[in-house]
Design a protein around this ligand. Structure first.
Ligand code: AHR
Length: 511
């Protein structure tokens, strides 16, 4: 049995929980849109073609903001193709994912879907094949009240009232050679600056995200952020980060410690943004938008566009990167959420990629059922229970050695406290494959009254850390009550099983 001692103090806060940390991502990729959120004719689809079985799970997941329409897809996308009568919308080749895009689903459909789901929209513009003009026209179409060609066209197409989309991404992964219209940092920085200006001339209330690096291993990482922010500092509010992780060569220890890389990535981008702030004598801070993150078991054939077309021709919504997540993946996702929350003073937006079918917490079958993957649970519980203030956590945990990160805490945690409800929530992961952990939390400035929620990821009898949920097996892995959690006075005590993710919520009184 390992041991961890954690101290929290009601007065030592990181900041308010940014609710946009519980974001997700819908890309025109694989079966995320078509047969994912949208499938006219499915027995569960409503009159708009929105699958209500998927909608129910989206609401249960608790996503607050959804990025759309890409991803790599957006860098070759004409937004105009997705508006107007569906019968006249063009069928196009999508070079990013080697698929045939029907455009049956576009901006109006996404706005309607988002309103039904109760999520905020984060709209990405194409800075790959297009530029300033298309960007400002899209903002006018979406947000101008009326009386101009484009805003009246929106009304004619069915939405008299503006969409009022506040949050916009200035392109996607423009540092990546795979990106359609890939640019150098100077080329992208200048383009993003001018696009941002033109978009804000139409609607000054926009919040804008500049593209950071596609991942921290990019050869231009750091220099890219510095150059891009030097060009755009006055025009943008956020810089983006993307990261995907996977277990490689059976090295579960390093995989379970991946959130340390996420911590380092975030802290490096904060440092770079603040260095540009100092050099440019700016007063505002640029915050972070971690607008793609997840576990992704990347296979070269998934992203090799020309070969896919050679093998299969141009297909409509093929199955791509439909990763089936296991118990270990869910624990790792829990640690990513902890990392994002602990950095909530600077990471203000985060989007798990993606929402349905494509490396997603929710799966659906064409003309069939929808279900939750293992990774659904840490996200859903944190989105529900992390409210109020993020608390600093002082952790003394037994450690384990792993190849990639060396000594790493066995127990990982994040915590929040909501003054209005009096509830404190703790999100734990035990990274040990073998040992349970005895955890003691010292509460300073708070007295525990009772435990209101205690749940742990369930590994069913006879299964192991590789167990997944799927169509045949159903939802094998879920949550079960975590027994013997004791909370009274200034102390919370619990036992975390080996390789586990758990949530504990307690009612507190201030002391
Ligand atoms: O989420 C899948 C893809 O990963 C996105 O389209 C792209 O931005 C990233 O490389």
């Amino acid at each position: 049995m390992s041991r961890a001692r954690i101290v929290i103090d009601r007065d030592f806060t990181v900041g308010e929980v940014p609710r946009r940390l519980f974001g997700s991502f819908v890309e025109h990729m694989g079966r995320c849109v078509y047969t994912g959120i949208y499938e006219p004719g499915h027995p569960e689809a409503d009159d708009s073609g929105f699958r209500q079985d998927v909608m129910k799970l989206v609401k249960e997941l608790g996503a607050t903001v959804v990025r759309y329409p890409g991803g790599n897809f957006v860098s070759g996308y004409n937004w105009e193709d997705g508006v107007g009568p569906v019968e006249t919308r063009p069928r196009r080749l999508d070079g990013a994912w080697h698929t045939l895009e029907t455009n049956a689903f576009g901006l109006h459909e996404f706005v309607d879907w988002s309103r039904q789901a109760g999520v905020e929209i984060m709209e990405a513009i194409n800075l790959g094949t297009r530029g300033v003009d298309a960007a400002r026209e899209l903002v006018e179409y979406a947000n101008h009240p009326g009386g101009t060609y484009l805003s009246d066209l929106r009304a004619k197409n069915g939405h008299k009232d503006p969409f009022d989309i506040k949050l916009w991404c200035l392109g996607n992964e423009m540092d990546g050679p795979w990106q359609i219209g890939h640019k150098t940092a100077d080329e992208y920085g200048r383009l993003a600056q001018e696009a941002a200006k033109a978009m804000r001339f139409v609607d000054p209330s926009l919040e804008l995200v500049a593209c950071g690096s596609s991942n921290s291993g990019m050869p231009t990482f750091g220099a890219w952020e510095q150059t891009v922010l030097t060009h755009t500092y006055d025009e943008v509010d956020y810089i983006s980060l993307h990261a995907y992780y996977q277990e490689q060569d059976g090295d579960a220890g390093s995989f379970l410690a991946s959130a340390r890389d996420m911590d380092h990535f975030i802290e490096s981008v904060v440092a770079t943004a603040d260095a540009v702030r100092a050099k440019g004598k700016h007063s505002k801070h640029i915050n972070l938008s971690f607008d793609e993150w997840n576990v992704w078991y990347t296979r070269p054939e998934d992203v090799d566009s020309p070969n896919q077309v050679g093998k299969h021709g141009w297909r409509e919504h093929p199955r791509v990167i439909e990763d089936e997540y296991n118990v270990t993946d869910a624990v790792v996702v829990g640690t990513f959420l902890n990392s994002l929350l602990r950095h909530g003073d600077r990471v203000k937006i985060a989007n798990q990629a993606q929402l349905v079918n494509v490396i997603a917490p929710i799966m659906s079958e064409e003309n069939g059922p929808a279900w939750r993957q293992t990774i659904f649970w840490p996200f859903a519980r944190m989105a529900e229970l992390a409210t109020g203030q993020i608390l600093q956590t002082r952790v003394e945990s037994d450690k384990y050695e792993n190849a990639r990160f060396g000594d790493t805490d066995l127990v990982d945690v994040s915590a929040t406290w909501n003054e209005e409800t009096g509830r404190a929530a703790f999100f734990f992961a035990n990274r040990s494959l073998e040992e349970a952990a005895d955890v003691e939390v010292a509460l300073r400035g708070l007295d525990a009254v009772r435990v209101t929620r205690a749940e742990v990821l369930e590994i069913p009898e006879g299964s192991d850390r590789f167990t997944t949920n799927n169509l045949e097996r159903g939802e094998h892995v879920g949550l079960k009550p975590l027994d013997d959690v004791k909370a009274s006075g200034g102390e919370l005590r619990l036992n975390l099983p080996a390789l586990s993710w758990a949530v504990v919520e307690i009612e507190t009184r201030t002391s």
